[in-house]
Ligand binder design. Structure first.
Ligand SMILES: Nc1ncnc2c1ncn2[C@@H]1O[C@H](COP(=O)(O)OP(=O)(O)OP(=O)(O)O)[C@@H](O)[C@H]1O
Length: 233
């Protein structure tokens, strides 16, 4: 049995007389410790899928199992606990608290879960050991994104979900952020799912799930993902 199993998942929105199938007939598996990229153009249904996996939204049909727990059957209280304890989120806009230092932002995780990692150690692991006492405004975009990754990782999530994490960054800075995410998958066995419209990122993933018009058009696996330094995007 795979670590994540999604079967026949569907999510539909009603707009007037029209039904929009944001996700339809979605099926895939993901193994623990994989770096996965969900790729597709705007409106393809990527964020909808990521939000359902992370318990921020619910599906209409189908099942999602993560580590043998059925997310699709949770009530709203269970979903809140799942979101809080098992999921780390990273967004395109870093969502840091401006009047807290990098360390204090990461320490927010310990107010959410009991066994959070040490903030300084996690910041060191994302290459920000020298910046722990800086405020977000004193950090570059890439550094701020790495603080937000550290904050997500400090919760020791089962799953790290990233929605366009490099969307606001130049390519060099984006590479650093991607390296950080890859390192978490390779060295800490964290399962990382990245949503992006940028097909240049596909080569670095263990698994690429391509979406089009709410459905999956193709899934590829890659035992030897490309080095992030070789990316041109
Ligand atoms: N709350 C909602 N109400 C109605 N339609 C919605 C809602 N959320 C998403 N949709 C529709 O579902 C489809 C998929 O949207 P989604 O945001 O998942 O796409 P996406 O691939 O993440 O796009 P982007 O890259 O632009 O964020 C789109 O047609 C969108 O308009």
């Amino acid at each position: 049995m795979a670590y994540i199993e999604v079967k026949n998942l569907a999510k539909r929105y009603q707009q007037g007389d029209t039904e929009i199938a944001a996700n339809e007939d979605i099926n895939f598996e993901i193994e623990k410790g994989e770096l996965v990229i969900i790729l597709g153009q705007s409106g393809a249904g990527k964020s909808t899928l990521l939000n359902i996996i992370g318990g921020m939204d619910t599906n209409d049909d189908g099942t999602i199992k993560i580590d043998d727990i059925e997310v699709s059957k949770m009530d709203s209280h269970e979903r809140t606990e799942y979101r809080r304890n098992d999921i780390g989120f990273v967004f395109q806009s870093y969502n840091l608290v401006e009047n807290l230092t990098a360390k204090e932002n990461v320490e927010l995780a310990s107010e959410i879960v009991e066994d959070a990692l040490d903030a300084e150690e996690v910041l060191e692991s994302v290459g920000l050991g020298e910046r722990i006492n800086n405020f977000p405004a004193q950090l570059s975009g890439g550094q701020q994104q790495r603080v937000s990754i550290a904050r997500a990782l400090a919760k020791r999530p089962k799953l790290l979900l990233c929605d366009e994490p490099t969307g606001a960054l130049d390519s060099g800075t984006g590479q650093k952020v991607l390296k950080t995410l890859k390192k978490m998958a390779d060295e800490q066995n964290t399962t990382v799912i990245i949503v992006t419209h940028n097909s240049a990122l596909a080569d670095i993933a263990h698994r690429v799930i391509r979406m089009k018009d709410g459905t999956i058009s193709e899934i590829e696996t890659n035992d030897n993902p490309a080095d992030i330094d070789s990316l041109e995007y």
